[in-house]
Design a protein around this ligand. Structure first.
Ligand SMILES: [Cu+2]
Length: 268
């Protein structure tokens, strides 16, 4: 009975020991990504993601090639695609990020952003060897063009982006946020397995609540008061942000699945 408990920490120790003794992972020797000086004017905003743990606002730009990527069985970016992730610190108070009227994090102009860039060209990525992600190479820059992460150190980027998988061509949130229309706002509740989770969401009057449909089928958010509001069909992968101005209880259900219910408690 104790075997599993015993095995887990030992396996963990071995893993860290291996990491510590191994050499720096292979990476490109030269910069073939390039500082994207004019990304703000020449590229399209693909998505914006409010990142709670690091308290950041991440705006992702794509050049014309990257923005042309289409939803299919998987994603395949054309050669010449460049994705730029502009990472800002959010404006924070003691209670956490200060939200704007739409419930979104706000960029803190006092701290310059960092630019995380990935470029796909034929034959790129070979030098990452076992950590190669298709034909992408990575680098991160400060806004003055100096490096935050040099190409030589960019194996860390490739290693993590391996997790995104080949089916999205090694990108993480372009599919749900750009192609499928999630908002990228901080999620307060999800629809999953025919349930609203959590079933009770508590907010202060004036706050927003973002729901994501993290299920495989459509759901709705429908007021249980007859004649009340209805979100319309929310597709799998999509999200919806609602604003609650009046104190009270908003009891809702899914119009398609009657037993799927939830409540937002709005406190003064
Ligand atoms: Cu439903």
């Amino acid at each position: 009975m104790n075997r599993l408990l015993l095995l887990t920490p030992i396996a963990g120790l071995t893993f860290f020991a291996t990491l510590a003794t191994s050499q720096a992972p292979p990476a490109p020797a030269v910069d073939r990504v390039g500082f994207p000086a004019d990304y703000k004017t020449s590229m399209k905003v693909l998505y914006r993601f409010d990142r709670q743990d690091t308290r950041q606002v991440r705006t992702i730009y794509g050049n014309a090639a990257a923005a042309a990527v289409e939803q299919g069985k998987g994603l395949t970016y054309p050669y010449g695609s460049v994705l730029v992730m502009e990472t800002w610190a959010a404006i924070t108070a003691a209670s956490g990020p200060v939200l704007d009227a739409d419930g979104r994090f706000q960029q803190n102009p006092a701290v310059a952003p960092t630019l995380f860039v990935m470029r796909k060209e034929r034959g790129f990525g070979e030098e990452y060897k076992q950590n190669r992600n298709g034909e992408w190479e990575y680098a991160a820059y400060r806004v003055d063009g100096t490096y935050q992460t040099t190409p030589q150190n960019s194996a860390s980027c490739a290693i993590c982006h391996l997790q995104a998988g080949a089916v999205t061509d090694w990108t993480f949130r372009v599919q749900p946020l750009y192609l499928k229309g999630q908002t990228g706002a901080n999620v307060d509740a999800v629809m999953r397995d025919y349930k609203f989770l959590p079933g009770v969401v508590r907010v202060k009057a004036g706050a927003t609540v973002t729901f994501v449909n993290d299920d495989l089928v459509q759901h709705t958010i429908t007021d249980r008061v007859a004649g009340g509001g209805d979100s319309g069909l929310i597709d799998a992968g999509k999200s919806l942000t609602l604003k609650f101005t009046e104190p009270g209880e908003f009891n809702f259900r899914c119009r398609l699945h009657n037993n799927m219910t939830g409540v937002v408690v709005v406190e003064p």
